[in-house]
Every structure is written in C-alpha cells, then in structure tokens.
Design a protein around this ligand. Structure first.
Ligand code: ASP
Length: 596
C-alpha cells in the first residue's frame, strides 16, 4: 500500500540536482536504485530517467523519516523532501553530475512498493537473458542503457523533423489499413468485418501514397512511419519497423543525395555531436559487386576483391579450370598481414560452411613476388604469376586468397570471408562512420523459381533513360535510377526516381509479366493518377531502427525499440499474437482451420 501523492510536487529530476542547488529545500521522486544501511545512517540511490542522486536518512535530521527508510527495498517508488548539501570530503563521485551533493531528508513518502525483481536494473550487474527482459520489458526499460537508447532515439526523431521542416517538407500521415504495397515481402492482412471475405493489407511502406501526394502537389513530403512486413525474421529485422519516408517532386538524383546527406549531418550532429564531412562517396552497383562482392560494402577497410578469371583462363588447377568452363569466375583478395596455417584453414572451413568449395591461397616469400608458397603455388605458370603480379602488386609476406565458383557464390562467400578477415585482423576501426551511396542498381532480377523478371527495388522505379530500349531486348541489363545509402556495411536507406509517365509504367508492367487486368486490379488507382498530371518525382526511405541502432552502438535492433518482437514475431510481455474467440471469428466471417 502506498501513500497518496497529495499536493506533493517534484522540484526537478533526480539526475539533474547539481551543486548549484546547495542549501535549497527540494522534493524529488523516483525509484530506489539501492539502499545501504551504514552505522545509523541510511543511504538511498534515488533514480529517475535523468540519473541517480544520493539521499541520506539521518535520525538527527528526522527520526521519523529514518525509521521509515528501513522499510525501503529496491524499486520502491518514493518522494523525499529535504535539503541539498555538499557531500562530506572524500565521499564525492566526480563522474556524476550529482556526485558532489546529497539530499538530507526531512520527510519520506512511500508512494508504491515493489515485489522482488526478476533481474537487476543496475547495468553493472550484467544483462539478464533476453526472453526474461522482453517478458518484463517495462523493467528492462528502466535500465540506464535502455533509457539512453530510448532517449537517443527520440533525439534522432526530433532532429529528422527539425531538419525536414527547415527544408520545407510537410509531414503527412498515410493509412495503415490499406491495399498491398509491393516491396517484395508478405503482407499482414486484416479481415474487414463490414466487408465479409475482404482484407486490408498493412502497408509494407507508404510507397504508393507518397507518390500520390506528389501528384496532389505536396512536393516535399516526409513521415516517420511504421511499416509491416511478414518476413522470416533475421537478426536485425522486425515485423513492424519504422522508416523515415521521403518523397520530392521536380528533382533529380543529385537533389536527393544532397538533401539526404544534409539529413544525416543533422542527425549525427544532434545526437552524437559528430560533424560528418559531405558529400558522401559514391560507387555504382557494378563496381560494388566487383570490388566487395555485395551491394552494401563496408568501406571502413580495404581487402578488396580482384577478378583474375582472365589471368587464369588456361590454369592447370583443375578445380578452377572447371569453374571457368562452367562460366564461373575466380577472384582474389590480398592481405598484407601474415596469417597462420590455422587461420587459413579456419577461413577455408568458414567458406565451405557458406557453400563454397573452399579457399585457396599462396604466400609471398621474403624475396618478394613471384616467389610464392602454399597449395596453389605449384599450379601457377610464369605467365600467370606475371599477370597476377601486375594486377595485384603483392608485397613480401602478403597472402593472396583465391576463390573460384559461380559469380553468385564467389561474390557472396568471398564477400563474407572479407568481412571475417577484416574482423580477424582488426582492420575495422570502431567509432568511425563511413557512408557510401550505391547507385545505378539493376532495374530487374530474374526469378528462377517463377521463371520471370521481378523488380529489384519496386515496380515504380524508373529505368535509366538510355536503358529504356533494353526493356524489350535485354531486360537484365537495364539499370535503374535507384540508390542505396550504406553506412558501415549496413544498408540504411534506399530509394529511386519514379516512373511518372503512364506509358513507361505500362511497359515495365509488361516486362514484369503483369497484364493490364492485374495491373488495374492491383494499382489501378496509381495508373489512373498518372493520367492526371504527374510531376517527375523520387524519394527514399531510411530504416530508422537500424540507423538508431548504429547511433547507439547497440548490438540488436530490439535494443532500440521500446516494445519489440522476438524472432518468432511474438511479444513475450503481452503474449501477442493470441487466439480469437469464436464470436470474433464469426463477426469476421472467418473459420479456424488450426486444430486447438
Ligand atoms: N518504399 C521504398 C522502401 O520501402 C523506399 C523508396 O523507394 O522510397 O524500400
């Protein structure tokens, strides 16, 4: 049973009481972080979201408060009235804002008691298992580390809003109960009670609405908005996540790059106090794939890949000869550090575990290239060595790692070997933020299973003007006016200039095998809108959770979302999802097929 708050008013946050208040009578409220009984005095660390302050109960100041304080336990909610005083010499903690003062308590009010906790709130005590943290999320969110993340997220959101408003953007909300938006994931469906047998889809993104807003003339739109995708969850994915969604009219790609670079600068300045230098470097998709094997390159370190298929075209090494015969490729990366036999075997196994045949290698002797040792050495001819030496310029002691396979496997696996090796050799600096724009993505990709082309970004993305004719001749080669922003090897945003001419949109649908009937049924409203004066437009969306995760230096996206879901898309606290009762199902005209 707690005491009533009555007309008690708190003076300020616990964590904000500094030496400037010495001598003042104040009232504080918060949670008991810790209680210590020391020879007649009781000390409480009182905590709120601003931090911790030391509260002292001395029988000489108030016998009543001192007696009452012996009942206090961790996480009780209390109010104290008392005087701010300097701490006795030798007991200060200069690291805390409140570290040189304490509160000499005259009155104590126990507002609410707490049962013993399932885990410690104090970060120094280590972190509990995540399932327990998620079940008691409201307790987990009391932890200083989580409070820092939640507060930093708020600051980032505020920086986004301030920046866009300064730039003349309008924040416009778009519906959650809507029609499917094709972003390549599965939809979350919501049955409509008043339209039996029909479903809304939760938006995978506001893509179509933001384009319609452009057609309506709101030429600079943004929104910090929830999106829903029913995907199998990987480590940094959530079924509902937040985007910074943007669309602009009468612009080209340069306008997007410049505006978004300004956004990143504002966000980093206002959250971490970091001044990013602009502009960000750019790399085309083709170049990113060639040098890093991925379209989200981590450019904080080197270890770039080199294609050496042409140099080894007559190789005597059978495995590589077979690969080339089958139309595969051979790429190499060069490490300028020594690697032990054990490290190399480890990387070989790592590559095999990811589905490659393995890694091959040579080591450059102290005399320098072309004196090499290692499993591949005896297969390299003079000519091949000359070619490799010229292209890769290896130095004494360097190690060259080779992989041959289909382009897909080499890029994917060697790309991951590169990251692994970068970590292993400590080549990835921490505390640096390296952005890169990846541009000119392919417009389409071939879906082997479905035997048809699908949009790489989404089907409203404009092809490069020069590549338009390729739609009928060689669709796989058509490039798009699409771009991603990559930060430290994570894709944090992606977007494109859109198709704003109806005939181009129809042509693309045709290439995608979407017939006029299907197009009309799925996106009829957009196609129709394109008939009524659509401005040239384009935009981008950033994964806000992922961006905040990087800003916080958090390990998991769940650590920057107040109430996240597990990998199985469940909420352990509310126990959602849960079953619906038969009346609700009947109202929705649904029948359950899962056995109870
Ligand atoms: N709607 C896209 C997405 O969610 C972003 C964009 O093209 O603006 O990835």
């Amino acid at each position: 049973m707690g005491e009533a708050l009555g007309d008690l008013k708190r003076t300020c946050y616990c964590g904000d009481v500094g030496p400037e208040r010495i001598g003042q009578e104040i009232t504080l409220m918060g949670w008991v972080n810790r209680r210590r009984d020391l020879g007649g005095l009781v000390f409480i660390d009182l905590r709120d979201r601003a931090g911790i302050v030391q509260v002292v109960f001395n029988p000489e100041t108030s016998k009543e408060a001192h007696t009452k304080a012996s009942a206090l336990r961790n996480e009780y909610v209390i109010a104290v009235k008392g005087k701010v005083a300097e701490r006795p010499e030798g007991t200060e903690n200069r690291e805390l804002k409140t570290g040189t003062i304490e509160i000499q308590t005259k009155e104590l009010f126990i507002l609410s008691e707490s049962s013993p906790l399932p885990f410690h709130i104090d970060d120094e005590e280590g972190e509990a298992a995540e399932n327990l943290r998620l079940k008691y999320r409201y307790l987990d969110l009391r932890r200083p580390k989580m409070q820092r993340n939640v507060i930093l997220r708020d600051r980032a959101a505020q920086a986004v809003r301030d920046y866009f408003h300064e730039q003349g953007f309008l924040e416009v909300e778009t519906p959650f109960l809507t029609k499917s938006t094709p972003e390549g994931a599965r939809d979350y469906l919501v049955p409509s009670r008043v339209n039996p047998g029909q479903f809304y889809a939760l938006p995978q993104s506001p893509q179509l609405f933001k384009q319609l807003l452009m057609i309506s003339g709101y030429d600079r739109y943004f929104q910090i908005v929830r999106c829903f995708r029913d995907e199998d969850l990987r480590a940094d994915r959530q079924p509902e996540f937040t985007q910074i969604d943007v669309e602009m009219s009468f612009i080209d790609r340069e306008d997007i790059y410049a505006t978004m670079e300004g956004l990143m600068k504002a966000v980093f300045k206002n959250t971490l106090g970091i001044d990013l230098s602009l502009p960000f470097p750019r790399i085309t998709y083709d170049e990113a794939m060639a040098r890093y094997g991925v379209d989200n390159p981590d450019v904080r370190f080197g270890l770039e890949m080199t294609d050496i298929s042409d140099i080894l075209k007559e190789t005597e090494f059978k495995a590589f000869a077979d690969v080339l015969q089958r139309g595969g490729i051979i790429k190499a990366i060069q490490a300028d550090r020594d690697l032990s036999r054990k490290d190399l075997d480890g990387l070989h196994e790592f590559a095999r575990g990811l589905g490659a045949e393995g890694l091959n290698w040579v080591k450059v002797g102290p005399e320098g290239w072309p004196k090499v040792s290692g499993p591949l050495a005896k297969f390299l001819s003079q000519e091949e060595k000359a070619g490799l030496g010229k292209r890769m310029n290896p130095a004494p002691g360097n190690i060259l790692l080779f992989m041959g396979d289909s382009a897909k496997v080499v890029n994917d696996v060697l790309g991951r070997v590169r990251l692994q090796l970068g970590r292993q050799l400590n080549l990835i600096p921490s505390g640096v933020f390296k952005f890169v724009w990846v541009t000119d993505f392919p417009l389409l990709e071939y879906d082997q299973a479905e035997k048809k082309w699908s949009a790489k970004h989404h089907p409203f993305t404009s092809p490069l003007d020069d590549d338009l004719p390729l739609l009928s001749t060689d669709p796989g080669r058509a490039r798009a006016k699409a771009y991603d922003l990559v930060l430290n090897g994570s894709e944090i945003g992606g977007g494109s200039l859109r198709i704003y001419r109806r005939e181009v949109q129809s042509r693309l649908f045709q290439t995608l095998g979407i017939g006029p009937e299907e197009a009309k049924e799925k996106f009829g409203f957009l196609l129709e809108a394109l008939e009524f004066g659509a401005p040239p437009h384009g935009g981008i969306a950033f994964g806000f959770d992922r961006l905040v995760m990087i800003l916080c230096g958090a390990e998991s996206i769940r650590d920057v979302i107040a109430f996240p879901k597990t990998q199985k898309a469940t909420d352990l606290m509310t126990e959602a999802p849960s079953s619906a009762d038969s009346r609700q199902l009947a109202e929705l005209s649904l029948r359950m097929m899962v056995p109870k």
